[in-house]
Design a protein around this ligand. Structure first.
Ligand SMILES: C[S@@+](CC[C@H](N)C(=O)[O-])C[C@H]1O[C@@H](n2cnc3c(N)ncnc32)[C@H](O)[C@@H]1O
Length: 328
């Protein structure tokens, strides 16, 4: 992971570093109501946090999939290579051994699978008339910039930590990728602010159904922030839903567990330690307790059947459950 985030991170930090924090902090009073003086002060504090390096790391993995894995792609994402610094792509291309290492393959596979599965579920929801898509911890997610025709009625909300979001917006500008009119950026720190309060200042309609995704984020959050996210989604009208990933965290057996453990170590090494783990059974009970009427987990067998049939590039299907879907 450290290898992965290097050059690209340099670009993102260089961008962030050029105008440290004032610009975003100056914007906040417009986004957060003027009477939220306390929020303003706290937001000034959290600006000290750098842009997420794990967000850049997974973006690189998606680019590697787009550029080097076989067709059909699990996730077709022609935008992500455009968002990244040429240097990092060249470095990865020059290191095919790294690209083909089994742990890297497993992680790349997980990263593209979770986005593909979330977008397939979103498609189903959109067909049923859900027209709000909230991407929690959006990182370098590119759905908004490669929207298929069925997404036209959607309003899309990218919610991320202010530092990460700022780096992404600047990368988008540098890459010349235009912002679609149905996209809104909502900066929020899930730990120090109420995501509900922050979203209530956006144009998100709390009285209409919404589809939420939260991919590769929960492991970084404390339990109270995760609970707040579940409660937020559950408060939306039927058939709102959330697709999210989690880590089971027990590293005792199986290749994927070992791989999870090494990913967690790499994330900790770049200052983003994994903090929260879930077991599917207890998670299912928690979601039902929060008011969700249907909870399902993407099983390895189902994932293999849906997305990995006839692959010849060695991209492995998941070995254990890490993706959940909960419908209000
Ligand atoms: C590993 S990245 C995943 C990004 C994206 N979901 C994807 O799959 O490409 C984790 C994301 O969680 C965000 N994040 C972590 N802690 C956060 C917090 N306390 N508040 C808001 N966002 C946070 C980071 O900014 C980063 O964008």
């Amino acid at each position: 992971m450290q290898e992965l985030v290097g050059p690209c991170a340099t670009r993102a930090f260089a961008i962030s570093g050029s105008k440290p924090t004032d610009e975003f902090a100056g914007d906040y009073p417009k986004l957060i109501r003027p009477d939220f003086h306390v929020y303003y002060v706290r937001l000034m504090d959290i600006q000290q946090r750098p842009a997420s390096r794990t967000a850049i790391g997974v973006a690189v993995l998606r680019a590697m999939h787009e550029l080097y894995d076989d067709f059909p792609k699990i996730l077709s994402d022609p935008v992500i290579p455009l968002l990244l610094d040429d240097g990092v792509l060249e470095k990865a291309k020059a290191n095919l051994e790294w690209l083909r290492a089994s742990r890297n393959m497993a992680l790349r596979s997980h990263v593209v699978l979770r986005s593909r599965y979330a977008e397939d579920c979103l498609h189903e929801a959109a067909v049923c008339g859900v027209n709000q898509y909230v991407i929690l911890g959006s990182g370098f997610d590119t759905f908004a910039y490669r929207q298929p025709g069925w997404a036209a009625p959607l309003r899309i909300f990218e919610v991320d930590h202010p530092a990460s979001q700022r780096a992404k917006v600047e990368c988008l500008g540098l890459s010349g990728i235009s912002l679609p009119p149905n996209l809104e950026f909502v900066p929020a720190d899930f730990e120090s602010t109420s995501v509900r309060d922050v979203l209530s200042l956006s144009s998100l309609d709390f009285s209409a159904p919404a589809f939420f995704s939260c991919l590769g984020v929960l492991v970084y959050l404390p339990t109270y922030s995760i609970k707040a996210i579940f409660q937020l989604v559950a408060s939306f009208p039927k058939p709102s839903e959330i697709v999210f990933t989690f880590s089971q965290g027990s590293y005792s057996s199986g290749d994927q567990s070992a791989s999870d453990s090494s990913v967690a170590d790499a994330a900790a090494a770049v200052g983003e330690p994994w903090r929260t783990y879930h077991e599917p059974e207890a998670l299912g009970r928690e979601l039902v307790g929060n008011g969700f009427s249907q909870v399902s987990f993407l099983s390895p067998q189902e994932a293999k059947h849906l997305y990995y049939r006839d692959r010849r590039d060695g991209l492995p299907p998941p070995r254990r459950i890490a993706i959940a879907r909960a419908i209000v």
